[in-house]
Design a protein around this ligand. Sequence first.
Ligand code: ZN
Length: 247
Amino acid sequence: MSIQSQIDALEKLSGLDAELKDLSDVLRKERGELDTKKTRLAELLDRLTGGKKSIEEMERARGDLMGELRQMTIQIDRSREKLSRCRTEREANAVQRELEELRKLHRDREVEIEKIDVLIEQARTDVTTVQGEHDKLLADLNSIEGEATGRISEAQAQFDERNKTREEMVKAVPPQLYRRYELVRSRRGTALAYTHTGICSACNMHLQPMLFQKLKRGEELGQCPSCSRIIYFRAVMPAGETESSGA
Ligand SMILES: [Zn+2]
């Protein structure tokens, strides 16, 4: 297999790998955005459920306290009545102490109810805020999900199709060269570089003159001593590219 046909095979493969990388970047980005929104939506829903449950619990506790308060009011009324029927001062003092104790308990319940009312109000405000954020995000997700899913399946289809083409392209590359290509690609993202004036197109390092001359003679494929990419001499620069742009 001639050096030139190896270069051609590698160039094709490398171009396809760049397309595959772009497609997988698109897929990762689109899926990531949807996942982030969905995760956030689930969090908000959890908070809503939790908030509503805690309001229900507090309202139940408030109901219990209100019941106790009514019982105490009845007891206080009874004690007052008892006080009016007292014959001795000793008796009256005892009922008076009982009354004071009941009034204190009554006040304690009232304070508890006030505290719980503040907490319920806070929880309701929180739930309203979370509900607003949830509804907004849900509407946002509903409006973008269809199109995003469309873009994802389109990109996935392109990716799968190109991946199949890749299998064919790989057959055109000598196995040993392909292994080297894959090794560098796994470390560097891209595996192929060229030189036109003695500079590596990928890492912009100057090649030793001996290596450059060897590549120029087209006798073999080289390896950039700096970035390890497979490197070859390109006599004509591709349109719109400069060697130092790090193509
Ligand atoms: Zn290099």
